[in-house]
Write a protein that binds this ligand. Structure first.
Ligand code: GLC
Length: 403
């Protein structure tokens, strides 16, 4: 996806004023990122974000890109940047075939997006066409990256041992630096290449059949892209609430919860939100939070029910964290074996709401990884607003190299 030279030359001498767009989760976000030459200085950030409605997610591609450009223009106005042509980093978090840094074909939508007329098309071209339709703004050069890559870029800015980027949010995915000679699609043997694994799609060929639970299968049936992104549906933020809800229904049917009475909230898809899991697992206030959430959902609960719900949340988030650990360990082991090392020291840049907001998720994950990759020492890194900052950094490096 990105040849070594881009990542390895992020030497913190990049400077300039950049725009970045981030599309791929719950919100559309627009950034202005100012990089200064001074080492150790954090980039200066201005950010605005807007939730993406169901209507936009299911409308036409034209509507989606018009919406993005309208927000971008609004942002430029608010920053007094009207009339200026700033280079743009675009963090677009869906499976793409990246032909060039500014040419990327959407293979298929994920995470409940389903805009017509975009699959099979060059996303940068669609963005540029929308800008021309608006006529009032001219776009500069564009660098498009996946959010895993922007996370790796932005964490790698501070710690150069970072060679894996991982997202644990609405969706999930990871990228890592692979030896060029192992990249079949590309000519050339030297150096490294960044590979976007799209591991959310692991299992789409049936390879996870042995470990899929009835709840995983139930969640898959609820979404339109049935049979796709199976691993993502087992572990990521968009789906964890649904998994918990299905477990609670089963326990109710078995008369182990809510005196066996399944209430409307329990039977409605989407009613048990993933953020509830984080709130219910809070170490000190979790039980109280569970009671408030169950009351708000109009369920008739007693204290034992609240404790059981807490236990279910803990079980499901631990299950997810262990599967993340397995996937990350696999990548680290692969890097170690590729390099013929007895022991690998490396770092992973991580972003995403589940990782950042769940009270115990990162501990669960970090505890499980060494068991699965005993010959790898993996440091976990985080950076603020990594999707936007990393996309701007990719653009900054490209620009410096071009100069
Ligand atoms: C989905 C997308 C992938 C993205 C991930 C995290 O799995 O297909 O490209 O990186 O979500 O946002």
């Amino acid at each position: 996806m990105l040849p070594t030279f881009i990542r390895e030359t992020t030497d913190r001498t990049e400077k300039g004023d950049f725009l970045a767009l981030d599309l791929g989760g719950t919100n559309l976000r627009v950034f202005r990122v100012r990089l200064t030459e001074e080492e150790q200085k954090k980039p200066k950030l201005d950010i605005e974000q807007w939730p993406i409605s169901k209507k936009i997610k299911e409308g036409t591609g034209e509507q989606l890109f018009d919406h993005i450009v309208d927000r971008l223009i609004e942002f430029l106005d608010s920053q007094n940047l009207k009339g200026q042509t700033l280079p743009l980093g675009f963090s677009f978090s869906f499976p793409c075939e990246q032909k060039q840094i500014d040419q990327s074909i959407l293979l298929c939508w994920s995470k409940d997006f389903n805009c017509s007329g975009v699959e099979g098309e060059d996303v940068v071209k669609l963005l540029k066409e929308a800008i021309h339709r608006r006529g009032s703004y001219d776009i500069g050069s564009v660098a498009m990256v996946n959010d895993t890559v922007s996370t790796m870029m932005s964490c790698g800015y501070w710690d150069r041992s970072c060679e894996i980027g991982m997202i644990i949010g609405t969706g999930t995915n990871a990228c890592y630096m692979e030896k060029m000679k192992n990249v079949e699609y590309m000519d050339g043997e030297d150096g490294l290449m960044c590979i976007n694994t799209e591991w959310g799609g692991f299992g789409d060929d049936g390879s996870l059949e042995d470990i899929l639970t009835e709840f995983d299968k139930g969640v898959d049936n609820t979404f339109e892209n049935r049979g796709e992104h199976i691993f993502e549906k087992m572990i990521s933020g968009m789906y964890l609430g649904e998994i918990v809800r299905l477990v609670l229904i089963k326990l109710t049917e078995e008369k182990l919860l809510f005196k066996g009475e399944a209430f409307a909230a329990l039977l409605t898809p989407g009613k048990f939100e993933t953020r509830f899991i984080s709130e219910i697992e809070e170490p000190d206030s979790g039980l109280e939070n569970a009671q408030q959430i169950l009351a708000k959902l109009n369920l008739k609960w007693d204290l034992v029910d609240a404790r059981v719900v807490r236990l279910v949340c803990d079980t499901i988030s631990s299950h997810s964290a262990c599967l993340f650990a397995a996937a990350l360990a696999t990548i680290a082991n692969r890097i170690r074996l590729n390099r013929e090392l007895d022991y690998l020291k490396t770092a992973v840049g991580v972003d995403g709401t589940v990782y950042k907001s769940h009270p115990t998720f990162r501990n669960k994950l970090q505890k499980a990884v060494p068991t699965l990759a005993p010959k790898c020492d993996i440091k976990f890194l985080e950076s603020d607003e990594s999707s936007g900052v990393g996309a701007a950094m990719a653009m900054a490096v490209l620009q410096r190299l071009a100069q």
